[in-house]
Design a protein around this ligand. Structure first.
Ligand code: AMP
Length: 235
């Protein structure tokens, strides 16, 4: 059994598909010792396992539309149950994706006696997203992203990092990309105003090299984490 030794922080990453949320999330979670909760990845893992939840979400993901609220909340709760009291807090990546989910997150945080500390909005021009998603390859094993045009792997079917197999996600095909961008514009982008009103939104120009965006993120997050130890102990 472990107990909470510090005041945990909660950060969310907002932005369009293909805007670099996953890449930045990995780096931020590692840097600050946060539990990284990536709903897209968790839903793909459910699908791959053939679970009941995976079968239920499959049709939504294939079309590039948002999965139903209750199913997404189940994924979030399962991730939190695994590890609520360890580490410096939580990084939500790809959640919330609409105002209903934002209210769901607020309820969960209340139950855990936590508050949202920062919403980082990775801003990226629309035309660049098309190239980033359309030429994207994903590693089946470690989920690292490559891009045949912008960041090619040494071998187009093998991950440079872990030698896992690279594939094109079925929702990275042109007709599905359109739906995903539409879902973002119509459902997710209102969150920018929501979190601005709450006073936690921080906008980053994400159309820059990965390390530059990460530095911007650190400039915002360092003050938040300056009081925290780098690691926490377990009982
Ligand atoms: P992503 O990997 O974040 O691009 O998500 C891939 C797909 O998973 C999306 O197009 C949705 O179908 C589904 N998905 C991921 N996160 C959510 C969420 N918070 N709410 C609803 N659907 C989601």
């Amino acid at each position: 059994m472990s107990q909470r030794l510090i005041e945990q922080k909660v950060v969310i990453l907002l932005g369009p598909p293909g805007g670099g949320k996953g890449t930045q999330a990995e780096k931020i979670a590692r840097q600050y010792g946060l539990l990284h909760i990536d709903t897209g990845r968790a839903l793909r893992a459910e699908q791959a396992s053939g679970s009941e939840l995976g079968l239920k979400v499959q049709s939504y993901m294939e079309k590039g539309v948002l999965a139903p609220f209750e199913l997404v909340m189940d994924v979030i709760k399962a991730a939190l149950l695994k590890e609520t009291s360890n580490g410096n807090g939580f990084l939500f990546d790809g959640f919330p994706r609409n105002l209903t989910q934002a209210a769901g997150l607020e309820r969960i945080l209340q139950e855990l006696s936590l508050t949202l500390d920062a919403a980082l909005y990775l801003k990226m021009p629309h035309d660049i997203l098309l190239d980033r998603l359309g030429f994207r390859l994903t590693c089946k094993q470690c989920d690292t992203k490559f891009n045949l045009k912008l960041k090619p792997p040494q071998n187009p079917s093998v991950c440079d990092l872990c030698s896992g197999e690279l594939f094109q996600r079925s929702d990275d095909k042109p007709e599905v990309i359109e739906n995903r961008l539409k879902a973002y514009t119509e459902e997710t982008s209102p969150l920018i105003e929501h979190y601005t009103t709450l006073g936690v939104l921080q906008t980053l120009d994400a159309n820059q090299p990965i390390e530059v965006v990460f530095e911007l993120a650190q400039t915002i997050l360092n003050p938040l984490f300056s009081q925290l130890p780098v690691t926490t102990q377990k009982d």
